[in-house]
Design a protein around this ligand. Sequence first.
Ligand SMILES: [Zn+2]
Length: 211
Amino acid sequence: MNIVILGSPASGKGTQASKLSKELEIPNISIGNIFRENIELNTQLGKLVKPYITKGKLVPDEITTRVVIEKLSELNINSGFILDGFPRNLAQAKAFQQYYNIDKAILIEIDDETVMRRISGRRICPNCGAIYNIYYEPPKYENRCDICGHPLIRRKDDNEQTAMKRLKDYKENTLPVIEFYDEKGILIRVNGLNSPDEIFDEITKSLTRVR
Ligand SMILES: [Zn+2]
């Protein structure tokens, strides 16, 4: 089964994609991870995409689509695959379709307010790496790590402005992809406000039902 996972920023789709990959024993292709790894290893691809990513710009569609297709050709995908972070716009979805068929598109739905709170409320401990959210999982003492007592920090990108920009970008680019898969009758909507385990349950149940 070839699966695409869709959802707004902070919808938890990365978590679900990797859980599903283990459950179904099929590879999970996260375009974000591929780009990050290549930048870290300073490969040719890394050098090519780094300027876009560091400036917060989108990597051109031709590059992204080619990378995903090449990656799939290297993997054993006899039982299917999962795509996370791709396609992020209609052009990519249509280009990809000429190479591979998608059986199911899973959309993890959360409202804008939740997206904003999940991103802007995130605090991390620079000492031990613990992650908090001032709205959902606040530390016991204000701005102090429960584990090591170190003052918490907010990552540069975890602010309202960045969250708004990412949300706007998602709506402009990815909503047409959702419609595209909905029209094909392969879209599954799940409630992203539930706990990760509940979401995972809902996904696996709906996949068995339609199989
Ligand atoms: Zn800590």
